[in-house]
Design a protein around this ligand. Structure first.
Ligand code: ADP
Length: 541
């Protein structure tokens, strides 16, 4: 017997319709490439999303065909999120920080029909357009009078001119909720990027989960700043969760430096922000010397790479902001875990709470996880035993887009490539990417632990730990360190700083001072490149 409730597919168009009807006057504020702040409401966004849908119909872009963006976080990008997916096409968000050859590769692989770009990325488009034969229309996200006269790009139109002539009414189509909605490629540090194809259903379920109190706890009273880019896993789903809750949305555009982000947080009374540790490092680096404080910001999700405990303490102790340490992957839409305390932890000391809050956290309904040994046998949740982390759930990848690399799943579980422990309270802690873990004398050393200690030193701005071949121990850790401007620390002082903070055999064998640590397209430390840079390095004897 079937239940007797209404059957309505979970479609992305219903989010913007809902926001328009129930939160029509809630604000969306964007810093534009032009530098000014643009303000409008969900009602305006909904109207212009429908114009986008009509414009795509006008170009005869078919159902499930791909429309690409190369754009910062901003209102026009949001309109494309809804106009493209809502009308049944697939929004392909391209990461502009990728190498132009990779952009060409994924644009061809995705068979993008239209590519919409912010003017910042005009030089990229000029460099790649001739190698992207599937793209029949290039759209510059600007007013008609800002379009360069001699760009050399055929079929170039300004976004405003493109949508202007189209009706603001549109009947969003109804279709199967499992239909593809958007596409995001992993950064592919090894081999070609792989496409993760989200569905309407997976996106909406993920958006619901993101709003939960133990995840992002979003509400209509929040003012939300996604610093995490809309070109990287849909800004962790915030553009969807925002429409679901009717919170105010604040987009930083291209200005991601500490000063600009701080000013935006204050001027727009941001209560919740989300980003990777490197962005928050820039923000704190601006606030401390200028003795600044937040007036209403109360929490921030930090993830994408490990958030050092020193950053969690700095936010809480100096600024009264709770850090929610999160973990996820492109393949997971991306939310997998977020760290918040349970009732039983509330009476613990501050230090004991920090130990828990430094973990990557608990999964929430919709994500199941387990750790397994090399034979695939499930390992205990004791907080000590580490193993390969596997996940499953309705917003986790089943197969890569147009990929012939075989089934990525193992008995229905997705192997994350991370090594982790899970404790008795179900808190997961990442030890390392499996390819970054350091194997010393048969034991494993977590490069994340070694980095976290180094960045706890006041003179260290950034630190990356890698393993170096050793004749006796297989591998030994060394730490590459970027010093804070105007501050100093010696090799000996830093090695001494490790004493008592980790087991003796885990203390790095050496410190290498560097000007910068190479970062990948999503702001993560690129250890492959660091290893290449240090290839002639010899351990001290
Ligand atoms: P890409 O695969 O394109 O680099 P993803 O965002 O999909 O980008 O990367 C996912 C990986 O990032 C995870 O598998 C994990 O290794 C790392 N990661 C994400 N969040 C955290 C975190 N909080 N702590 C440690 N590692 C993290």
């Amino acid at each position: 017997m079937l239940g007797l409730m209404q059957s309505q597919p979970l479609l992305i168009s219903s989010l913007i319709e809902f926001a328009e009807r129930h939160h029509g006057s809630a604000e969306i504020v964007s810093r534009r490439v032009e530098g000014d702040l643009h303000r409008y409401t969900y009602k305006d966004a909904a109207k212009r999303s429908r114009q986008v849908a009509n414009a795509l119909d006008g170009l005869k872009i078919g159902f499930s065909e791909r429309v690409a963006t190369l754009a910062w976080n901003g209102y026009r990008h949001l309109e494309l999120y809804y106009g493209v997916s809502g009308s049944g096409r697939v929004l392909h968000t391209v990461n502009p920080r990728l190498h132009p050859d990779q952009i060409v590769w994924i644009t061809n692989h995705a068979e993008d029909q239209v590519l919409c770009f912010d003017m910042t990325f005009l030089p990229i488009v000029q460099a790649v357009h001739a190698r992207c034969p599937t793209v029949k229309r290039w759209v510059a996200l600007c007013d008609a009078d800002k379009l360069p006269a001699d760009s050399g790009i055929p079929n170039l139109v300004s976004y405003e001119a493109w949508i202007a002539g189209h009706a603001t009414t549109y009947a969003w189509p109804m279709f199967d909720e499992n239909t593809a909605s958007s596409l995001c490629y992993t950064s592919g540090t090894t081999g070609n990027p792989k496409g993760v194809l989200y569905s309407h259903r997976s996106t909406i379920l993920h958006a619901y989960a993101a709003c939960l109190p133990d995840v992002m706890c979003l509400s209509a009273r929040d003012s939300v700043l996604p610093v995490v880019p809309m070109f990287h896993v849909n800004a962790w789903g915030i553009p969807y969760s925002a429409a679901m809750t009717g919170c105010k949305l604040v987009f930083p555009g291209p200005a991601l430096d500490g000063k600009s982000v701080y000013e935006l947080i204050e001027s727009e009374q941001v209560t919740f922000a989300a980003g990777v540790p490197t962005v928050w490092q820039m923000l704190l680096g601006h606030m401390k010397p200028n003795k600044l404080h937040f007036s209403v910001l109360n929490r921030t999700v930090i993830g994408g790479s490990a958030c050092p405990p020193a950053m969690i303490s700095a936010f809480k102790d100096d600024y009264g902001v709770s850090v929610l340490h999160g973990w996820g992957m492109t393949e997971m839409s991306p939310l997998g875990t977020v760290c918040t305390l349970k009732n039983s932890h509330l009476a613990l000391s501050k230090d004991e709470q920090l130990k828990i809050l430094s973990k990557q956290g608990r999964s929430f309904f919709g994500v199941d996880m387990k750790i397994v040994d090399s034979a695939g046998k499930e390992l205990p949740w004791d907080g000590k035993t580490y193993g390969d982390l596997y996940v499953k759930g309705p917003w986790i990848l089943r197969e890569y887009f147009k990929d012939d690399g075989g089934d990525p799943l193992v008995e229905g579980w997705f192997p994350t490539g991370d090594v982790a422990t899970i404790d008795t309270d179900a808190y997961m802690q990442i030890t390392d990417r499996s390819k970054d873990v350091i194997k010393s004398g048969g034991e494993w050393i977590s490069s994340i632990d070694i980095e976290n200690i180094a960045v706890g030193h006041p003179a260290v701005a950034m630190a990356a730990c890698i393993g170096v071949a050793h004749p006796k121990w297989d591998e030994r850790p060394i730490i590459a360190v970027v010093k804070r401007p105007g501050m100093d620390v010696s090799r000996e002082e830093l090695l001494k700083f490790y004493e008592g903070k980790t087991a003796k055999w885990q203390i790095p064998d050496d410190v290498v001072f560097v000007d910068a640590i190479p970062l990948g397209a999503t702001g993560k430390m690129l250890k492959t490149r660091l290893r290449a840079i240090l290839k002639d390095y010899k351990l001290p004897v």
